[in-house]
Ligand binder design. Structure first.
Ligand code: A3P
Length: 296
């Protein structure tokens, strides 16, 4: 099965994962040429897990000192452009030269599964730091269905929810990162979209601590955590003019506005049939059985 788009081509089965051709090329180049730094920060997700949100949080936490919140880069730039996908850049350049030239600490993002990174990026001594966010599969399916149809060439009919469901149910992205977060808690932070929704302040503090820049008592007094949560909230982000742009640019196959749909937990109830929900729950349960990980 494949999802054809003009820019991303098809999705292929690669080491057991569905990956676009640029993801595969980028992954191979990273494998052979990427020189990791222990200061590298990598936002890792599967599409629709909350990438845009986590990018906004990480960018604003890393840069918390110099920015005035009324004139913040996140008011003018889409988070996707502040934290670039490094397999995408690497594939486009045919080399890691652009990424090599970024000053430390590099803030990058990826949709690649953890197991596709070379051990020099994931072993304990030189490992990069990864921040991962996952999300309830039923909400991801609905979010992805809408998004895939934005990516799809207009000449093709939209993918039905049923077709998307069949493609969606064959894969796992979470467990590699989750196991790594258990084994290397200082190098891999594992978050759940639903927890961030419920406790955004606590999650922002957790991310800051993980990144080695905990909030100082003065920052707490100045309510910097609250300001970051507000700045990165769905309401604030989706209302920025830059994020309302509905035309494609920067060679991305989707528009800025396509990264903001509803931003809620539980939207699946409005779309999935009881049979689909049950089947997906069953698949999820089977995949997670005896792993120690669950969504509750
Ligand atoms: P929905 O389609 O359920 O609305 P990604 O960034 O990985 O592509 O994920 C996109 C999903 O995250 C979309 O979910 C989008 O609305 C939601 N999202 C984007 N920004 C968000 C924010 N600031 N807070 C909460 N959810 C956000």
């Amino acid at each position: 099965p494949s999802v054809e788009t003009p820019d991303e081509g098809q999705l292929f089965q690669y080491h057991g994962f569905w990956i676009s051709s640029f993801g595969i090329k980028g992954s191979l180049l990273i494998h052979d040429h990427f020189k990791p730094r222990s200061t590298d920060i990598i936002v890792a997700t599967y599409p629709k897990y909350g990438t845009t949100w986590l990018k906004a949080f990480v960018f604003s936490i890393i840069n918390k000192a110099p920015f005035d919140f009324s004139d913040h880069p996140l008011h003018k730039v889409n988070p996707q452009d502040l934290v670039p996908f490094f397999e995408g850049i690497t594939c486009k350049d045919g080399s890691t030269s652009f990424v090599d030239g970024i000053p430390s600490p590099r803030l990058l993002s990826t949709h690649l599964p953890y197991s596709l990174f070379p051990t020099r990026m994931t072993d304990d001594t030189m490992a990069c730091r990864f921040l991962y966010v996952c999300r309830y599969p039923k909400d991801v399916l609905v979010s992805k269905w809408h998004f895939v149809n934005k990516l799809r060439p207009k000449k093709l009919p939209p993918l039905s929810l049923e077709e998307t469901f069949d493609l969606f149910c064959k894969g796992d992205h979470i467990l590699g990162y989750w196991k790594a977060s258990v084994e290397l808690p200082k190098k891999v932070l594992f978050l759940k979209y639903e927890d961030v929704k419920k406790e955004p302040l606590g999650c922002v503090r957790k991310v800051a601590e993980f990144l080695g820049v905990p909030f100082t008592p003065e920052e707490e007094n100045n309510e910097i955590v609250e300001q970051i949560v507000k700045l990165c909230s769905f309401e604030s982000m989706s209302n920025q003019d830059v994020n309302k742009l509905d035309k494609r640019y920067q060679q991305r196959p989707v528009s800025n506005s396509d990264f903001f749909k509803k931003g809620e937990v539980g939207d699946w109830v409005n779309h999935l049939s009881p049979e689909m929900a049950e089947k997906l729950d069953q698949i999820t349960e089977e995949k997670l059985q005896d792993t120690g990980f669950n969504f509750h």
